[in-house]
Ligand binder design. Structure first.
Ligand code: FAD
Length: 401
C-alpha cells in the first residue's frame, strides 16, 4: 500500500478520491489511485462509451490518435501487462509520408534509431482502461453524472445525474481529494478558480478540423497506403493527414482556416477543391464517400488552454486537457495527460502530505506543459509548410547520414 500524508504532516492511509471525467486521462488516473489503495469514484458526464448506443455522444473527438513513449510510459508505470496488450492493437508509424500535389510520396523517418510512434483507436484505449477499473473492488464508475458545483472547503461536490426518462437529479458527494480530468472546458477548473488566484488563458486558432474515413482497398481489402507512416498532404496554409486503423482503413483529417471551409458551399466545390489540392485522396476515398463524410462530419474548433496553478491546497488538482488543452499538431495532448498522471502519482506517493504533493506537482509540471503547448502550436507550421521546404529537407538529410 502506498501511504500518503495529511495536512499536519502525519502519514495516514490513502483516502477517498473523486475523479471528474472518464476520458483517457481520468480513467488512467483512477487506475493509479485505485492501485495505490485509494477509494476511487469516477464520475462521467456522458453514458458509458462501451455501450454502442453512447458512442456517437463523443462526437467531438478524433477516432484515432498517435501514442508516443511519453504516453506509453504513463500507462506502463501503472500496469505493464495491460500496456503490452493495448499496444498489440496499435500500429507503428516510423515516419511521415509526404504527399505532393502530383500524388508523389516521400518518406521522412522520425528517428535515426528507428524509434516510432503508434496509431491507436481512442475509443478502444478508453474502453480497455474502463474494463480494467471495473475489475477493482475499490472503484465505482458513475456515468451520466455532470459536475455542477464544487465546494472545496467543505470537500463536497454536486453532480447532475441524468435519469433514464431524461430528467435530472442532484447528487451530493464528499471526498478528501477531487481530481479534474474533465477536458478543455473543465467545470472543475471553473470552480477551482473561485478558491485560488488561478491565471488562465485560452486561444482558438483560426483553423477547424473535419474527419473522413478512407476505406480498405475495395478489391484486396488491404490498406490503400503504407500503414507504417503518418500521411501528410502539406499545402502551406492547410493540410490533410491520415492515420492507419486496425481494420485497414485510415482516419483522415482536414485542418483548414475557417474561411476556406466557408468557400466550400456544396459537393461540386468540394470535389473541385479536392481534385486541385489532393487529387490522390479523391480516388482513395471515392467521390461519393468524400462528399458524404464532409456533409455529415462537423467542422470543429481547436483550442489551446494554459493555466497556473493546477491545484488548490490538498483539495483539488486538474490534469490532462482540463489543465493544458493543446492544438493537436504535436500529437501530444493525451500523451501529456498520461504523463501528468504518472508525475502526479510520483509526487503523491513520495511526499508526506497531499498539499506538498500537489504543490510540487504544479511546480514541476506547469513549465513543461507550457513548453509542449507552445511546441504544438509551432508544429502546425512545420506540418503544413516546413516539411516541404528545401532547407528542412536538407537538414533532415544531414541528420540521417
Ligand atoms: P477528454 O478526452 O476531453 O475527456 C474529458 C472527459 O470528461 C469526457 O469524457 C467528458 O465527457 C467528461 N466531462 C466533461 N465535462 C464534465 C463534467 N462537467 N462532469 C463530468 N464529466 C465531464 N493527443 C495525442 O496525444 N495524440 C494525438 O495524436 C492526438 N490527436 C488529436 C487529434 C485531434 C483532431 C484532436 C482534437 C485532439 C487530439 N489529441 C491528441 C488530443 C487528445 O484528444 C486530448 O489531449 C485528450 O483527449 C485529453 O484527454 P482528457 O481525458 O484530458 O480529456
Amino acid at each position: 500500500t502506498v501511504l500518503s500524508g495529511s495536512s499536519d504532516g502525519t502519514v495516514y492511509e490513502p483516502s477517498k478520491v473523486v475523479i471528474i471525467g472518464a476520458g483517457p486521462v481520468g480513467a488512467l488516473a483512477a487506475l493509479y489511485f485505485a492501485k495505490g489503495g485509494w477509494q476511487v469514484t469516477l464520475y462521467e458526464l456522458r453514458g458509458d462509451l462501451r455501450n454502442p448506443e453512447n458512442r456517437s455522444l463523443n462526437f467531438t473527438k478524433s477516432i484515432n490518435l498517435a501514442i508516443s513513449e511519453r504516453g506509453i510510459n504513463g500507462l506502463r508505470s501503472v500496469d505493464p501487462e495491460l500496456t503490452e496488450s493495448i499496444l498489440e492493437e496499435a500500429i507503428p508509424m516510423h515516419g511521415r509520408m509526404i504527399h505532393d500535389n502530383t500524388g508523389k510520396q516521400s518518406s521522412q523517418k522520425y528517428d535515426v534509431h528507428n524509434r516510432f510512434i503508434r496509431s491507436i483507436d481512442r475509443g478502444k484505449l478508453n474502453e480497455r482502461l474502463l474494463d480494467e477499473l471495473e475489475k477493482l473492488t475499490n472503484v465505482e464508475l458513475k456515468f451520466n453524472h455532470g459536475l455542477k458545483k464544487l465546494s472545496l472547503e467543505k470537500g463536497e461536490a454536486i453532480f447532475d445525474r441524468k435519469l433514464s426518462n431524461g430528467a435530472f437529479e442532484s447528487v451530493r458527494v464528499e471526498a478528501d481529494l477531487f481530481v479534474g480530468a474533465d477536458g478543455a472546458h473543465s467545470q472543475t477548473r471553473q470552480h477551482m478558480m473561485k478558491y485560488v488566484r488561478l491565471n488562465y488563458s485560452q486561444e482558438y486558432i483560426d483553423s477547424l478540423w473535419c474527419e473522413f474515413q478512407m476505406p480498405p482497398h475495395p478489391l484486396t481489402g488491404d490498406f490503400q497506403l503504407d500503414p507504417n507512416h503518418l500521411h501528410i498532404w502539406p499545402r502551406q496554409t492547410f493540410m490533410f493527414i491520415a492515420l492507419p486503423n486496425q481494420d485497414k482503413s485510415f482516419t483522415c483529417t482536414l485542418f483548414m482556416p475557417e474561411n476556406m471551409f466557408k468557400d466550400i458551399v456544396g459537393p461540386e466545390t468540394l470535389l473541385e477543391f479536392f481534385n486541385k489540392e489532393f487529387p490522390d485522396v479523391v480516388s482513395l476515398i471515392g467521390e461519393e464517400k468524400l462528399i458524404a463524410d464532409y456533409l455529415k462530419n462537423q467542422k470543429l474548433p481547436l483550442i489551446s488552454v494554459k493555466c497556473n496553478p493546477y491545484h488548490y491546497r490538498n483539495k483539488c488538482v486538474i490534469i490532462g486537457d482540463a489543465a493544458h488543452a493543446m492544438v493537436p499538431f504535436y500529437g501530444q495532448g493525451m500523451n501529456c495527460g498520461f504523463e501528468d498522471v504518472r508525475t502526479l502519482w510520483d509526487h503523491i506517493s513520495t511526499t508526506l502530505t497531499i498539499s506538498e504533493a500537489l504543490e510540487s506537482y504544479t511546480a514541476e509540471r506547469h513549465p513543461d506543459c507550457v513548453v509542449i503547448n507552445d511546441l504544438a502550436m509551432k508544429n502546425y507550421v512545420e506540418m503544413r509548410a516546413s516539411v516541404t521546404s528545401t532547407g528542412y529537407l536538407m537538414k533532415k538529410w544531414f541528420q540521417e547520414f
